[in-house]
Design a protein around this ligand. Structure first.
Ligand code: ZN
Length: 322
């Protein structure tokens, strides 16, 4: 059984509901990518569907089928379309499927993951089913923001925020996944208490590389070296995904510097704590604010499909003028 770290209160809420046989029939688990919302959904379903006294036992037929992804009464609803929403046909099919009783136990569950691009039409189509599901029907939605779902849908379900774990918990979790203490420390230095993003960082060289470029850019601001800044940024190439990750890491690191000016003990969220400490001493608040705005302008330029190298050159000028 996959472990779910931290978030003790959320876990206890779900556990108590099930123990008293008063579980809600609809949930929204929300929080940024990598926090384990899907793992939490699986934990909940395991406890709901397990047939043994100590739930989830991990060994009964139901627990094993769920772990293997073949439980006939659990469906992780397929996404469709470019933006990763759900098609009307898929949702219609779910509504029809819900009408027939479960195959194994007394519950039938539908998990709609990553609902950030679920459109109004499909949500409205699903509304009735979520409002008045049969006694065996359960729905779990996950999204980065609670506002991904319409207020009408949200009012019928229980919304629970999933948070990052502490850095210590994250290091422990990574080491339990077979990560060396050195690698764990490096990943936590960039993605803090987000276990999924830390694992992604370690398994995915490009992310590690972009984190390195972000540190170079921060360093060149500290040294007022515009040429080095341009060099770092030019290594992003013309890839939007890499650039978006760079901008996000850069923005968080600048945010750390600005926060640490006033509260050196605040928790960091950026990828370069030593760099942000130095910036906190050297950078004025208005210069930090200007860089944050430069990040926003660059995101907007990317959305508007402006030529990427041009947008990054403007970004460089904005950051160095501060
Ligand atoms: Zn079981």
């Amino acid at each position: 059984m996959e472990r779910f770290y931290g978030n003790a209160q959320v876990q206890e809420t779900l556990h108590q509901m099930l123990k008293r046989d008063r579980a809600a029939h609809g949930f929204l688990f929300y929080g940024e990518a990598g926090l384990g919302k899907k793992t939490l959904a699986k934990r909940f379903l395991a406890e709901l569907l397990c047939t043994e006294a100590e739930k989830p036992c991990g060994v009964c037929k139901s627990c094993r089928m769920l772990a293997d992804g073949v439980h006939p009464d659990v469906r992780f609803v397929e996404h469709s379309g470019k933006r990763g929403g759900f098609s009307v046909d898929t949702v219609r099919e779910v509504c029809m499927d819900l009408a027939s009783p479960p195959n194994e136990g007394d519950a039938k569950c539908y998990v709609f993951g990553e609902c950030d691009h679920m459109d109004t039409r499909t949500q409205n189509l699903l509304l009735k089913a979520v409002e008045e599901p049969p006694t065996y029907g359960y729905f779990i939605f996950t999204a980065t923001s609670p506002t991904a779902l319409l207020p009408t849908v949200r009012s019928r379900i229980v919304s629970l925020a999933v948070s990052p774990v502490t850095e210590q918990e994250c290091r422990t979790a990574l080491e339990e996944h077979g990560v060396s203490p050195e690698d764990a420390a490096e990943a936590v230095g960039v993605f803090h208490g987000n276990i999924g993003q830390c694992l992604n960082f370690l398994e995915n060289m490009p992310i590690r590389e972009v984190a390195g470029l972000t540190k170079s850019a921060i360093n060149s601001i500290i040294n007022k070296n515009e040429y080095a800044f341009l060099q770092a940024v030019s290594q992003l190439g013309k890839e939007r995904e890499r650039t978006a990750l760079f901008l996000s890491l850069f923005d968080r690191t600048i945010r750390d510097a600005m926060v640490w000016k006033y509260d050196p003990r605040a928790e960091g969220i950026g990828c370069d704590a030593p760099g942000a400490r130095k910036l906190a001493e050297r950078l004025s608040s208005s210069a930090g604010q200007a860089m944050h705005q430069a990040v926003d302008r660059t995101y907007a330029a990317m959305e508007a499909n402006v030529n990427l190298p041009l947008a990054l050159a403007a970004f460089c000028a904005d950051c160095m003028d501060g």
